[in-house]
Design a protein around this ligand. Structure first.
Ligand SMILES: Nc1ncnc2c1ncn2[C@@H]1O[C@H](COP(=O)(O)OP(=O)(O)OP(=O)(O)O)[C@@H](O)[C@H]1O
Ligand SMILES: [Mg+2]
Length: 363
């Protein structure tokens, strides 16, 4: 088993800087998930750890070894891709054992390792089938099985479940979680799926434009985002952003004003503001509740509702044209066009010095 440490890691393709100085400390046995918008460098970073891309600058360690120039096969890593890269003309047994065959592993040892991988993945009964006789989830398990037989220190997964349908994704997500518990190996996992990230990760790394925006435990990032980008990126529906004016400051609170909201006082959580500046108030949809117009902090008109059974998502437009999304934890009918009053607990709101337009975080 092994730690993975990245020190000021950079990658350029020609004169395009794709990874711009990433520092990460991934502990032995930790499940780390990379998330971020398309093109932010998740796969590139993973491929650099695997040794499939050269490192332009910085130092990378797996265990105690600096691996910058170590060949992929000697790094103790195994990678599982989105497209499962299994061979149609080979049986499941031959596919799982493929890496061992290439490495000329003695037959008895190979058989034992394939059997163990099949047992862990509960596919012993499928060993003699060919990929065409398997479901998508089973095919992906073959690819994971091949990775397991290599007994890697570090598993690297690049969106391994994104070709599967929703139900199968959920099953496989749980299986990958179990696999991590059973093997105790270090795992680094790239996904676009927030639920996968939140449920599997010990640590989430949020990337944007080749740089780390924040890294930490899922609930830390959710409850205490460092910046507007992370605030808007994690959570569904996305956090609402309201532009406010900072009108007074104390040691740890800001008094802010906006025409639609009036005045409120909110914790600054160590962030720096100046009186007179504009700032962004962040409100999670789940933290907005609907109330009578007389006690409302915010009022608007319902423009769209989505009844999901367990939850009702309301889009409301405020008098200044801002759209707010509220997620009410019950089934409730709201008529489009109706007036709605909303309240929130100011201790659960966030205040950021940046504005959405300058960060591109609003969506
Ligand atoms: N071989 C290459 N040559 C030039 N540019 C590349 C190369 N590979 C990747 N890039 C660029 O590097 C950036 C990061 O790509 P990468 O594949 O790491 O993104 P990603 O975060 O995995 O995106 P996605 O979520 O879409 O998979 C992109 O702008 C991409 O166009
Ligand atoms: Mg990618």
């Amino acid at each position: 088993m092994a730690d993975v440490v990245l020190k000021n890691i950079k990658k350029s393709f020609g004169n395009v800087d794709v990874i711009k100085g990433v520092d990460l400390d991934i502990k032995d046995g930790e499940f780390t998930v990379f998330v971020g918008p398309s093109g932010c460098g998740k796969s590139t970073l993973l491929r650099m750890i695997a040794g499939l891309e050269d490192i332009s600058d910085g130092d990378m360690f797996i265990g105690d070894t600096r691996v910058n120039t170590v060949a992929p096969k000697d790094r103790g890593v195994a990678m599982v891709f989105q497209s499962y890269a299994i061979f149609p003309h080979m049986t499941v047994r031959e596919n799982i054992g493929f890496g061992l065959t290439i490495a000329k592993t003695p037959k008895a040892e190979k058989d034992a390792k394939v059997a163990e991988a099949a047992r862990i993945l509960q596919m012993e009964h499928l060993l003699d089938r060919r990929p065409s006789q398997l479901s998508g989830g089973q095919r992906q398990r073959v690819a994971i099985g091949r990775a397991i037989t290599r007994k890697p220190e570090v598993f690297l997964f690049d969106e391994p479940l994104s070709n599967l349908d929703a139900a199968l994704r959920m099953d496989m997500r749980m299986e990958i979680g179990k696999l991590h518990q059973q093997l105790g190996a270090t795992m680094i996992y790239v996904t676009h799926d927030q639920v996968e990230a939140m449920t599997l990760a010990d640590k989430i790394v949020v990337l944007k434009d080749g740089a780390v925006m924040q890294a930490g435990a899922p609930m830390d990032l959710y409850h205490n985002p460092d910046n507007l980008f992370v605030a808007g990126f994690l959570g569904a529906p996305s956090m609402n952003f309201l532009i406010v004016d900072v009108i007074a400051l104390t040691d740890d609170h800001a008094h802010v004003h906006s025409p639609v909201l009036g005045d409120i006082t909110i914790a600054t959580k160590g962030r720096q503001f100046t009186v007179g500046q504009q700032a962004t108030l962040g409100l999670r949809p789940q933290h907005l509740s609907y109330v009578e117009a007389t006690t409302a902090q915010l009022s608007g008109h319902v423009t769209l509702t989505e009844r999901l059974g367990s939850e009702t998502v309301i889009n409301a437009t405020l008098s200044d044209g801002t759209t707010l999304i509220a997620a009410i934890a019950e089934d409730q009918e709201f008529r489009v066009g109706a007036e709605i009053g909303l309240r929130f607990d100011t201790t659960k709101a966030h205040l950021f010095p940046e504005l959405p337009t300058t960060t591109g975080a609003a969506h």
